[in-house]
Design a protein around this ligand. Structure first.
Ligand SMILES: Cc1cc2nc3c(=O)[nH]c(=O)nc-3n(C[C@H](O)[C@H](O)[C@H](O)COP(=O)(O)OP(=O)(O)OC[C@H]3O[C@@H](n4cnc5c(N)ncnc54)[C@H](O)[C@@H]3O)c2cc1C
Length: 392
């Protein structure tokens, strides 16, 4: 390439900064966090759903970032949602996962796979937060191997009869709308279909609430479906496309969890920074040990790197480009970092790392889950490897 040709190239990557609009949105979300998330530790300690923070988020438009404007959304997309979720999760991961599931797993899915009539039916309640959404894929014998699900939807005239039980459903006992993946045929993958099921229909019940290591303010429950009569017009897209819908949606969901992990990692790094800054001798000279400084430097460098990895995948998804590999890379890296950063914060802070006087121990417990849900770490590694070996 000649120097003239090189000079004529339009720069694709310029300054690695958020646009002024996104920076201002991030500040708007930071204000929300400061005003409404002060009780994060209490929600964790009391295993209490952060009802008021979620309601405030709804009022401020944070539950409709992935919904088109014609359906009452702000259509801000995946990148803006990632920016928002990092901020919220840096303060309260229980609120963060509630909003992530509602936006990235439910609203995005409905926006992409519903008919206009279906959107007009459900979005008015979802964008205002009057209804929260939940995503029901996992079952007792199908977690990583989602295609092994057994919940059944049998067609009978103008409706389906649904029977089964979904496990580990985030917001399960608070949600009014469930996206349920159920078996409509014998084929392992093409026999799965996606449906919307409303909480108030006969036969829909909430079972056991899980007692969890972390994310204790976010209720995780069983959803029991007993002879539920699901109208045929609540089938999403077409019969047999459920597994495709589930996986496509998880690409976006993983961006939400990557952003959650970034928020948790950032919170841990901030605790370490503050702790090291306070290490001074009588004359005010820094006394932080070199190993602690090295740890901080390594974590901070990785945090910046994985944020860009996450934003790259979000931009691809906003452009309508398939990003399974990139989203899995982001979740894989950010969730591992969150765990390393949280462990480091607990170690460096010592007693204050474990006794609850700082958020370090809560961050450690919350971070653990980012390596499990929406695809465990080893599953992300498989997705990345498969994407690299057999690119679409
Ligand atoms: C707090 C929380 C909230 C959740 N919310 C939801 C929700 O809202 N909706 C929903 O549908 N589900 C939800 N889940 C379920 C979650 O998605 C599953 O826990 C997850 O997919 C892992 O499945 P599993 O727990 O059955 O573990 P398993 O699938 O049994 O996996 C256990 C371990 O084995 C490894 N493993 C499994 N298969 C392979 C393989 N083929 N190759 C290599 N390693 C493998 C995994 O990496 C993992 O470490 C939630 C889970 C948690 C913890």
């Amino acid at each position: 390439m000649t120097a003239t040709a090189a000079a004529a190239l339009s720069p694709q990557i310029t300054d690695f900064q958020l646009s002024p609009e996104l920076a201002s949105f991030r500040d708007y979300v930071r204000d929300y966090c400061q005003t409404h998330l002060g009780d994060a530790a209490r929600f964790d300690a009391e295993t209490k759903f952060p009802r008021d923070p979620v309601a405030a988020a709804a009022k401020l438009g944070l539950l409709r970032t992935t919904v088109a404007k014609e359906h009452g959304g702000t259509a801000m997309g995946n990148l803006a949602s990632c920016v928002m979720l990092e901020e919220i999760n840096a303060v309260c991961a229980s609120t963060g996962v509630t909003i992530s599931v509602h936006n990235s797993l439910v609203n995005s899915l409905l926006g992409k796979w519903c008919t206009e009539a279906q959107k007009s039916r459900w979005f008015p309640k979802l964008v205002t937060g009057e209804w929260l959404g939940a995503y029901c894929l996992s079952e007792a014998a199908s977690g990583s191997d989602a295609a092994a699900l057994r919940c059944e939807a049998r067609k009978e005239g103008d409706h389906y009869v649904m029977n089964g039980a979904k496990l580990w459903i985030t917001t399960g006992n608070e949600a009014k709308l469930f996206v349920v993946f159920a078996r409509t045929g014998p084929d392992r993958v093409k026999g799965i279909s996606a449906f919307v099921v409303e909480r108030d229909w006969p036969g829909v019940g909430v079972g056991k609430k899980e007692r969890k290591l972390g994310l204790r303010g976010s209720p995780t429950t069983e959803i029991v479906l007993e002879n539920v009569k699901v109208p045929a017009d609540c089938l999403l897209d077409k019969e047999g496309n459920g597994f495709l819908i589930a996986l496509d949606t998880l690409d976006g969901g993983r961006l939400g969890i990557a952003s959650q992990a970034l928020g948790l990692a950032r919170a841990a790094v901030d605790l370490i920074k503050a702790y090291l800054a306070a290490q001074v001798d009588a004359k005010g000279r820094p006394t932080a040990t070199q190993p602690d400084q090295w740890t901080l430097a390594d974590l901070a460098a990785e945090l910046d790197a994985y944020r860009f990895l996450t934003w790259r995948a979000a931009v691809l998804r906003d452009q309508g480009v398939r990003c399974s590999t990139e989203a899995a890379m982001a979740k894989l890296s950010a969730s591992r970092l969150a765990n390393r950063a949280a462990r480091a914060a607990v170690s460096i802070l010592g007693q204050a790392g474990v006794d609850g006087t700082t958020a370090a121990e809560r961050i450690l417990r919350d971070a653990r889950i980012t390596e499990i849900y929406e695809g465990a770490t080893d599953i992300q590694r498989l997705v990345v490897a498969r994407g690299l070996v057999n690119p679409a």
